[in-house]
Write a protein that binds this ligand. Structure first.
Ligand code: SF4
Length: 324
């Protein structure tokens, strides 16, 4: 058990009395930052939409140029059937592998609020009727949560179920956000978190350490922005370069490097020290399938990295929030 940061597993055990396992689904959404009205998506995005490991058997969701109109009504039935299959596959895998008994449902691929409210309601209603879930988690963008969508999400909160929205922020620096083509500003993120909280939703924020041109002062500024936003949880990723992305072109041209394990440990420790100690840490490292990963190729696996981080912080006498 890790003691230097506020772990997600402790939070879940404290709240529900035992571990809760996420079933992640790809519900066939697209992304406003990749579709016809914008250009190419985020510089680090390879179009796979972060599908869960056990849903990746054939990489069938690989859609680098995905750009379909998800408001077309007749796409919804196959989507509902696919979601049902994915939930059943996830439950079977997690029960067999971990003896899981409690589950949360995570709409994690692409932008999971990018559709009409009517379609969103059908999709969420249908998925939540399949089995009981302790938490509903919706990954989306700060510029894709209108009031009617937030009200819909709020309607799924019960005495027995929390609803979370996960916002990608990645960096608090607007210049960086522009350079990686995020398509939103820090202010839009701040505003989205405030509006989500006003609807009683919990908020997790995704950040990336090691984006082009960023260093210690950027990591500190991003931690401080997350504190200021009042986000309930954070997912930290070290920059991964995957094939076919805008960043992969820069990497292959020698314009960009990625952090070694040592620099990642140092940066993660720094970020954690400046992050409010109450914020739950849901993730500390990226996990990209090796066959899609261009860099870093030499890096320890997740459990080794977490052990190294815990040992380092213990050695240094540091912990989450001690500089916040
Ligand atoms: S918001 Fe997500 S899905 Fe959309 S382009 Fe960026 S990383 Fe890709």
């Amino acid at each position: 058990m890790y003691t230097r940061w506020n772990t997600y597993s402790s939070y879940l055990k404290g709240k529900y009395g035992e571990a809760v396992y996420r079933i992640g689904v790809d519900a066939g959404f697209s992304c406003p930052n990749r579709d016809k009205t914008r250009h190419g998506g985020c510089a680090f995005c390879d179009g796979t939409g972060s599908i869960a490991v056990y849903q990746r058997s054939s990489e069938s969701s690989f859609r680098r140029t995905a750009c379909y109109d998800s408001t077309v009504a007749d796409t919804i039935l196959p989507r509902l059937l696919s979601i049902k299959e994915q939930i059943e596959r996830g439950r079977e895998f997690l029960s067999r592998r971990y003896k899981a008994r409690l589950f949360s449902l995570s709409f994690q691929s692409w932008t999971n609020t990018y559709d009409s409210v009517e379609n969103l309601k059908r999709i969420y209603d249908d998925a939540l009727s399949i089995m009981p879930f302790k938490e509903l988690l919706i990954s989306t963008r700060p510029d894709c949560v209108e009031e009617d969508v937030l009200s819909l999400l709020e309607s799924y909160i019960t005495s027995d179920r929390d609803v979370w929205v996960e916002f990608g922020l990645q960096s608090a620096d607007d210049n960086t956000l522009r350079s990686i083509n995020r398509g939103h500003t820090l202010q839009e993120y701040m505003d989205a978190v405030r509006r989500a909280h006003a609807h009683n939703l919990k908020v997790a924020t995704h950040v990336i350490l090691g984006l082009p041109g960023e260093g210690r002062e950027h990591f500190i500024a991003t931690a401080e922005a997350v504190n200021e936003s009042g986000a309930d949880a954070v997912k930290i990723h070290n920059l991964h370069i995957t094939g076919g992305t805008a960043l992969s072109d820069d990497y292959l041209s020698g314009l960009l490097t990625v952090m070694s394990e040592e620099r990642t440990l140092e940066s993660t420790e720094l970020f954690l020290r400046h992050l409010d100690s109450e914020i739950i840490i849901e993730r500390l490292i990226s996990e990209t399938p090796y066959h899609r990963l261009l860099a870093p190729r030499v890096f320890p696996d997740k459990s080794k990295f977490l052990r190294h981080l815990e040992e380092r912080m213990e050695r240094n006498g540091t912990r989450q929030g001690d500089l916040a």
